[in-house]
Design a protein around this ligand. Structure first.
Ligand code: ADP
Length: 473
């Protein structure tokens, strides 16, 4: 569980507050109940003491204390009723003291002698053996004016038992209530944050290739709805900006093609003039070379902008990639022969794919062109096409100069060249592999590279076989 997540922090805070409130309420309830029960029991003892004082002791006299004793015994039976009753004369002489209660909860002999100032008081007395007594003391005068002190008490066990039960209930009920509230809160928070999860997933999926997609908008009228609407507006603006810059490249490359073609034609016819001086002819030749390079770059940019605009789908057919690879390799072998590089093609026919054959041919041409370009004389380039678990796999491998590991993640980027000066010498502007990747993406294919400097490179294109594209998607 992520302890920094919003849901965890919300639930932890909620659980903490709930637990503190419950503990505080539980403690207050417990203290109030204890006070109430003890006061109630003491009150009962006080009422009984007053009753004995008013009804029995008030009519007693020193000469007839025996009658008082038997009246108390017969009316109150303290032992049977688990009560403590003691009558003491004001001079301290004991008149009556009840025996041990039937329930044995306290030992009456342990109850301390009444203090002079205790009359009229009700208190909780802890005996030496640990028992607790709720004791009320009353002063009374006999019929002959003799002063007496009446003490009535009972064990505090009933209160303690009730309190213990309440404590058990709180100890069990409190954590259960907190656990139920926290799990409910967790479910609610997860549900409330679910739209955030969906927005995040969708935002992660959106790239420059699917900028027309939008984040889900939760019609909740809250901050979340505002956030998703604002983010969608931001994606609108991004889409417009990216579309604008793509359109600019498309328009610029399109506009440049015609003047470049005219320039090339003019320069070629100029170069054919037999009266030209040798230096002028050489200068013209190198200008022509540069114009051709420029024309290639403009063609590549134009091709990329058309791919960006999704035009690759216009000419889709079903065709055999192996056959296309074999004819392309044959056409390119002339170029390879010039460089004394051998091109071997191993492909078994019947690798049917769906796509634009001209574009996929461009992929093979670009990869073979690079392989031949970056392989020294006497080297070997291997092209193969095969079927592999629902995919057409096209490999172009060479034993040329290879690509350093740090450059591998960048080779498909536009205008990226590993060795700028050498690449330029060989006519590359760093757009060949970018075009390969764009065509592959448009065909639902993936292009990967593996390479080791000095040992060679292998470019692999994996494209779903015809009829398998939907399954792979
Ligand atoms: P370029 O037109 O410059 O060749 P690419 O986009 O085709 O541009 O390739 C980008 C860079 O990747 C090249 O500049 C080159 O350094 C490197 N590269 C491409 N293919 C190979 C290969 N087969 N062997 C070695 N390096 C390669």
């Amino acid at each position: 569980m992520n302890t920094r997540s919003l849901s965890f922090r919300l639930v932890a805070w909620y659980a903490g507050v709930l637990l503190s409130v419950f503990v505080l309420l539980g403690a207050l309830t417990f203290l109030f109940l204890r006070h109430y029960l003890e006061a109630n029991l003491l009150d009962t003892q006080a009422r009984r003491a007053r009753q004995i004082a008013d009804t029995l002791v008030a009519h007693a006299s020193r000469a007839d204390e025996g009658a008082l004793r038997s009246q108390i015994e017969s009316l109150y039976s303290p032992e049977v009723n688990d009560r403590f009753i003691r009558i003491t004369r004001a001079d301290g002489a004991a008149v009556y003291a009840s025996g041990p209660p039937q329930n044995g909860r306290f030992d009456p002999t342990q109850v301390p002698a009444p203090r002079g100032d205790a009359a009229g008081q009700s208190r909780k007395v802890r005996l030496a053996d640990g028992a607790t007594l709720m004791l009320a003391t009353r002063a009374a005068g006999g019929a002959d004016g003799t002063g007496y002190r009446v003490e009535v008490g009972t064990s505090a066990d009933s209160v303690d038992n009730t309190l213990a039960q309440v404590l058990v209930m709180l100890a069990v009920g409190l954590p259960v209530a907190v656990a139920v509230a926290v799990s409910g809160g967790f479910v609610l928070v997860r549900r409330a944050l679910e739209p955030v999860e969906r927005i995040t997933r969708k935002a992660e999926e959106i790239t420059q290739h699917n900028l027309s997609e939008r984040l889900p908008v939760v019609q909740s009228g809250d901050e979340l709805e505002r956030l998703s609407v604002s983010l969608n507006h931001m994606i609108n603006r991004l889409e417009d900006a990216i579309h604008g810059s793509k359109q600019f490249v498309a328009d610029a490359s399109h506009e440049l093609r015609t003047p470049l073609t005219v320039m090339r034609g003019e320069l070629e016819s100029l170069a054919q003039d037999a009266q030209l001086r040798r230096e002028t002819r050489e200068t013209l030749g190198s200008v022509l070379e540069e114009v051709e390079r420029l024309a290639k770059i403009v063609e590549s940019l134009f091709a990329l902008s058309r791919l960006d605009a999704g035009e690759a789908h216009a000419e889709w057919l079903r065709f055999d990639l192996a056959e296309l690879a074999a004819t392309t390799a044959e056409q390119m072998s002339l170029l390879a022969e010039d460089k004394q590089v051998r091109v071997d093609c191993e492909s078994t026919p019947g690798v049917t794919v769906e796509g634009d054959p001209a574009r996929l041919k461009q992929v093979i041409v670009n990869l073979l062109d690079n392989a031949i370009k970056y392989t020294p004389r006497g080297g070997r380039v291997r092209l193969s096409v095969r079927r592999e678990s629902g995919y057409a796999v096209l490999d172009v491998a060479d034993d040329g100069i290879g690509i350093p590991a740090e450059a591998l993640p960048h080779v498909f980027k536009r205008f990226y060249r590993v060795d700028t000066s050498r690449s330029r010498e060989q006519g590359g502007a760093g757009l060949g592999l970018a075009i390969v990747e764009s065509i592959c993406t448009a065909h639902g294919a993936i292009v990967e590279v593996a390479s080791a400097p000095g040992r060679g490179s292998r470019f692999r294109v994996r494209q779903p076989l015809a009829g398998e594209a939907a399954a792979h998607a």
